[in-house]
Design a protein around this ligand. Structure first.
Ligand code: SAM
Length: 239
């Protein structure tokens, strides 16, 4: 996806970026590929692929959860890696307050560099595992939204994300073609942790790849024993 295609595809979805925001995406891209030379951040490095599969794909969630575009919502992004989807969302919608969590220190260091370079405010970067941070009262049930792209299957993600979401908030699931089956397999975990599936959207990226966005509402408190010890959710998903 060229820069022109990026601008046009977003514009047809009602998202208009200023010259300054486009420049921020450009600088983010440049630092991503430069750092990727010595720190493993992403397998996608071709410019047109980064714009499509990282930047545009990250922003699709705001096309289905419109409130992200204009409210001062708080969003926690678990296993954010090189910042996806939360950093593109922050650049496009500066009103959002984001918290980025990742277990790998080198990735967290990269995120801090991007945030400093782009002069972003309303961003917190946390180094650690979702299972540990989810038991910290500072973060627990304190967010309007949680995301986690390309981190684990839905039954596991439920335990990584729902403990952070306030009652009335939402876990926004972003997935590829296995999404529907994963949602079915994750029903029990979602319910156990206080979630209820609200809506599922299926669409294609401009290159034809299929994507799903599933909205899970946080209805009741997550029982205190979740998340379990680090490593347990992925080894023994709730089923
Ligand atoms: N979300 C990014 C994306 O879509 O490009 C990164 C995906 S990367 C495949 C998965 C990331 O999740 C890695 O950076 C890894 O360190 C992080 N991760 C995996 N399990 C985690 C956990 N339990 N707590 C925090 N981070 C985790």
């Amino acid at each position: 996806m060229t820069n022109e295609d990026f601008i046009e595809a977003l514009s047809s979805a009602g998202i208009t970026l200023t010259t300054q925001q486009l420049r921020q995406f450009e600088r983010y891209y440049e630092l991503l590929v430069a750092t990727n030379e010595h720190v493993n951040l992403t397998a996608i490095t071709e410019k047109k692929d980064v714009y499509l599969k990282h930047f545009y794909d990250s922003l699709t969630v705001a096309m289905y959860e419109q409130k992200l575009k204009s409210s001062e919502s708080t969003l926690i992004d678990i296993g954010t890696g090189a910042g996806f989807p939360s950093l593109p969302l922050k650049i496009a919608f500066p009103n959002l307050k984001i918290t980025m969590v990742d277990a790998l220190k080198k990735r967290v260091n990269f995120l801090q560099e991007v945030v400093d370079m782009l002069d972003l405010t309303g961003v917190e970067i946390v180094h650690g595992r979702a299972e540990d941070i989810g038991q910290n009262p500072k973060y627990r049930e304190n967010f309007d939204y949680a995301t986690a792209r390309a981190v684990a299957r839905t039954s596991v993600l439920a335990e990584y994300t729902l403990p952070f979401v306030k009652i009335g908030g939402r876990f926004l699931v972003m997935k590829g073609s296995a999404a529907h089956q994963e949602l079915l397999d994750g029903q029990k975990a979602l319910a156990m942790l206080g979630g209820q599936v609200n809506e599922e959207f299926v669409f294609t990226l401009p290159n034809g790849d299929q994507r799903y966005i599933q909205i899970v509402d946080k209805k009741t408190k997550t029982p205190k024993k979740y998340p379990r010890q680090a490593g347990t959710p992925s080894k023994k998903p709730i089923s």
